[in-house]
Structure formats: structure tokens, C-alpha cells
Design a binder for this molecule. Sequence first.
Ligand code: PSU
Ligand code: MN
Length: 303
Amino acid sequence: MDLAITDEVRTALAENRPVVALESTIISHGMPYPANVAMAREVEEIIREHGVTPATIAVLDGVPRIGLDDDGLELLGSGEGTIRKVSIRDLPYVVARGEHGATTVAATMRLASLAGIRVFTTGGLGGVHRGAASSFDESADLTELALTAVTVISAGVKSILDIGLTLERMETLGVPVLGYRTDDFPAFYTRTSGYAVPLRVDSAEEIAALMKAKDELGIAGGISVANPIPEADEIPHERIDAIIEQALGDLDRLGITGKDTTPYLLGRIVEITGGDSLTANIALVKNNAHLGAEIAAAFSKMS
Ligand code: PSU
Ligand code: MN
């Protein structure tokens, strides 16, 4: 498969310098325009400040892109309706048809791995949806974590999902779930979920060492690092829990299912909170970018 890798990313990889991958569904389907494009640029800047090369990943005109220029980010951010949300099952379709696609965590992991990138930062991970016992709605992000050796830094799992079932599935799939400086698994808008983290780590070096040990053991798949939202940016449970319930009720009433579920809920929560959830979302993505850059730097020193 031909990947269009920017010179900047290609050179960094060739010289064994650290690179951090970024996804594009969060840009096209996770946040409104133009805040989404501003977020994408700022996150790249944060990674550069650490001396690490950012590689935002998407499919443009059917070509997987590893690293995007400003026009690419603008197109993904402003092209609402024309940019398909692309998970693993959609990748061959957009490539064969020459379409644009914004890649989810799963599809971004796969393309990052094809390019030789080992660390990827985002906002929230997909997981097992509430009611999955009858809907079977479980994100391909989880099955991809079982397959592909990329470390994904997120702020945990939103309680629009079933957090307990998501953790159970990751255990079954053999995915190490690491709580960064926390014993309580974070729930995106909040630092806690009430579920214990399976494994705790306190430094980027520990995470890099775990990646190396996993490689040496020949264990396939990725690692999920759960990094709580900074305290100052948290939306308290007292407020966000009721809002999530309200958004889930609206989802039900409108009969929205499948891949449209997460984008709808995120947009609805932004509406109900009057933009506060967007502010929190941007803050946690930036916080994850700092940690991702540190992990990539530590891992590249080790290998
Ligand atoms: N959670 C967020 N923002 C997002 C997503 C999840 O807070 O943008 C996106 C990610 O790209 C994730 C995808 O990989 O939703 C999961 O979608 P699905 O459940 O359809 O696999
Ligand atoms: Mn789904």
C-alpha cells in the first residue's frame, strides 16, 4: 500500500527520532468547525515543543496520509458531510474509491503502524456502548488494540459508554490498560469513574519500558494509557452525569445507531453544556499530547 508520508515524518522515522500519530475523526466528527482545526494545529505545536514530530493521519483522495499540511487540516475540519468517518472496515472502501476519510482510533492505529509509528494520542477511546448486550455495539478500537502494536493515550472512556464492560473486554483482548498517575480509571470529562485502573504507572519512562517488555515477550497488540483530564478542566460528575443521560435519551428518541452514535452524542453534549464540554475536550487532548510526546521520546531513547 502506498502511504503518503510527509518529508518531515519520513525523515524523523528514518533517523529514529520520535513521532506521535494523531487521529482525524476527532477533527471531522468530534468537534465543531473552526474549533476543531485550531485544536488540531495546537496539538501538533505541543508535540513539536517537545522536540517530537506530529503525524496527523487521514485518507485524502483515497491515499492514506501520514502527516498533513495546513490545507489538509482545514479540509478535514470544514468538510462536514463530505468526509466519511473511517474505521477499519471502511478503510479499503475509501481507498478503492479515492474518497476522503477521517480515521478513527482503530484506523489511525493501523495506518500509524504501517508507517512505523508506535505512539498515538487522542481524546477519548471508543468502547462498549451501553446496551451492547442487545445492540452488539462495540467499537473496533478495542479489537484493533488487540492486534496492532501502538500505544494510545486517551483521557479514558466517556460514560456514554459502559465503562465496566469496556474494561472487561480489554482484559479479554489482552490489552494492558495503564492509569497514568491514577488508581481510578478516568471518564473523559471527569478524573474518576469509580472503576479501578487495572495497572498504574507514574512516568513516561515506565510506559516506554512496558512497551519494550511487551515487544520482547512477543505479545501482539497495543497499550491503552488512560490520562485523567487536568483538575482545573474537569466537569464535575454532579453536572455531566445528568447531561449524558439527557443526550442518551435524545439519541434513543431519534433512533440514531451505529457509527453515528458517538458523533451525535458529542455534538449534543456540546449543545447542552453551552460549549463547556468542548473546552474540556480540547484541554484533555492537549494534556494527552504532552504525555504522548514524552512517551515517544522515552521509547525512542530506549530502542
Ligand atoms: N470519543 C471522543 N471523540 C471522538 C471519538 C470518540 O471523545 O472523536 C471518535 C474516535 O475517533 C473513536 C471513534 O475512535 O469515535 C469511535 O467510534 P466507533 O464507536 O464508531 O468505533
Ligand atoms: Mn459502534
